[in-house]
Design a protein around this ligand. Structure first.
Ligand code: GRF
Length: 229
């Protein structure tokens, strides 16, 4: 079986990264989690990588200054080449991926977002801000989106989505945790599908699935207090 070598990019706690570790431990399903790229030294995801024996690279320069971007691109390019990376998964990565990396890995970078894009996405829409906006606007349904990455935040072609109902008395924390639970199911599924050649980005910029994706007992809507793993 051909193995897809995956780099996960993360800035935070890394629970989505953990879901990938749990699903693909030992190189199952043709996926090898080859390295973690952390945007900061304090990212909790780093401990998860160490515990799983996955190499870690920390982006050295956190500057958003335009003139610093080439150095960051060079660092990422070197890291990705050294680990022979086929697929990049952004799982709570709070930095914009430099344009040269987006170009080199076109159709091979995905991101997970905790809402149904194109709603509640874009610059500044991350973490609890997303869920707070959903509640503030009175949206009745939110959810999870996995999309290919282009040069802008949360904009590329959508691979998969799954809804999460907003409850009458929802809180940011409650909603975030129900959405996260769904993220932990959708992201590994999409990575497995990409590795297995079941989905890809067509040359016309549209996502193609070989088989219908919405399947499986795993993907029941998550309601409060039930359907927990
Ligand atoms: C997730 O909600 C993900 O959708 C978003 O950032 C969060 C990361 O959470 N992009 P974690 O670090 O994987 O726990």
């Amino acid at each position: 079986m051909v193995t897809t070598r995956v780099a996960v990019f993360a800035s935070g706690g890394g629970s989505n990264f953990q879901a990938l570790i749990d699903r693909f431990a030992g190189g199952t399903a043709g996926v090898d989690l080859a390295c973690l790229v952390a945007s900061r030294r304090t990212a909790g995801a780093i401990d998860r990588a160490r515990a799983a024996g996955i190499p870690v690279a920390v982006v050295p320069d956190r500057s958003e200054e335009e003139e610093e971007r080439p150095r960051e691109a060079e660092f990422l390019d070197g890291t990705l080449s050294r680990h022979g990376i086929d697929l990049i998964v952004l799982a709570g990565y709070l930095r914009l991926v430099p344009a040269p990396i987006v170009t080199s890995y076109w159709g091979r970078i995905i991101n997970i977002h905790p809402a149904l894009l194109p709603a509640f996405g874009g610059p500044g829409m991350y973490g609890t801000r997303v869920h707070a906006s959903v509640l503030e606007r009175g949206a009745r349904v939110t959810g999870v989106t996995v999309h290919f990455v282009d040069e802008a935040y949360d904009r590329g072609p959508i691979l998969a989505q799954w809804p999460v109902p907003v409850l009458e008395d929802d809180t940011v924390e409650g909603l975030a945790s129900r959405v996260l639970e769904v993220e932990h199911r959708v992201l590994p599924d999409v990575v497995a599908a990409l590795a297995g050649g079941d989905v890809w980005l067509g040359s016309d910029g549209r996502v193609r699935w070989r088989r219908p994706w919405f399947g499986g007992e795993e993907f029941k809507l998550v309601r409060r207090g039930e359907d927990r793993r």
